[in-house]
Design a protein around this ligand. Sequence first.
Ligand code: CP
Ligand code: NVA
Length: 338
Amino acid sequence: MEYSTFQGKSFLKEVDFSKEELMYLIDFAAHLKALKQKGIPHAYLQGKNIALLFEKTSTRTRAAFTVACNDLGAHPEFLGAGDIQLGKKESVEDTAKVLGRMFDGIEYRGFSQEAVEDLALYSGVPVWNGLTDRWHPTQMLADFLTIKEHFGKLTGLTLAYVGDGRNNVANSLLVTGAILGVNVHIVAPEALFPEGEIVALAQAYADKSGAELLLTGDVKAGVKGVDILYTDVWVSMGEEDKFAERIEQLLPYQVNMELISATENTEVIFLHCLPAFHDQETTYGKKIAADFGLTEMEVTDEVFRAPLAKQFQQAENRLHTIKAVMAATLGNLFIPRV
Ligand code: CP
Ligand code: NVA
């Protein structure tokens, strides 16, 4: 009898799991979502202690890990940038060795991918990447669960990511789509295409899954016929000095009703990992309006509030998918080898 391939494993980047394992986690998340909706307890991590390390701010990821811990019967402990020594007065290696002796699992959100890899290497407990500058793997499970819920399948669909094509979310979408057999178009100016190394990695997976990948600066060609339009902020956390440059590069790539029409698909859906700049109800939104005369950025308010926009279903799915990853890698569940 083969037992789980998940137990004790970390989730640091999408390629840590096979296509079958990623699909298993997506389907397990759908099951956990149904249990939660029916009020059926699923405290698979009773008595476990989970460290939530956040070097960057977060609403969804922090909330999802916290509620997932509570639903699973585990205790979450938030350790923010101002709370612990990590990287400032104590190395990642030493911090990992300490936390690994106290906690059963560690979530990490921060800048460097190397830090999350070192936490896993030295802590000896499962580590989950809650976003680095390079990858956002837990986001991917929620995104592809949302797509599967909507379309009832993944294989053969086409997703166009429009905007900053070299950020963590774009990298992750390209590679995850390639693994899962979902065609991915990165629609961005050439200066913001993903790095060659990431494109080569994605292409190697696409060759196996049959997914078709396209990198193009031509908005019309890039979005024509797609099933899913996806965008993210033009300026990611840690790059806040780049607003002027990105607005100039990315304004033609704004997801507005004209771009929705250019898909020539009346069934197209819109996704966004959030947070989004779609109005002036934020400090940044107001500042951008004052400095650049731009009232909406990567997506217009009209698209954001249209029935085709599924970003809040997507945000809720962060909870169910993060729960699936924690339960599978840390719980004593019997999961047949996939
Ligand atoms: N999508 C996402 O990761 O949101 P937060 O930054 O709020 O966690
Ligand atoms: N690309 C964004 C994603 C936020 C969830 C960032 O890194 O800020």
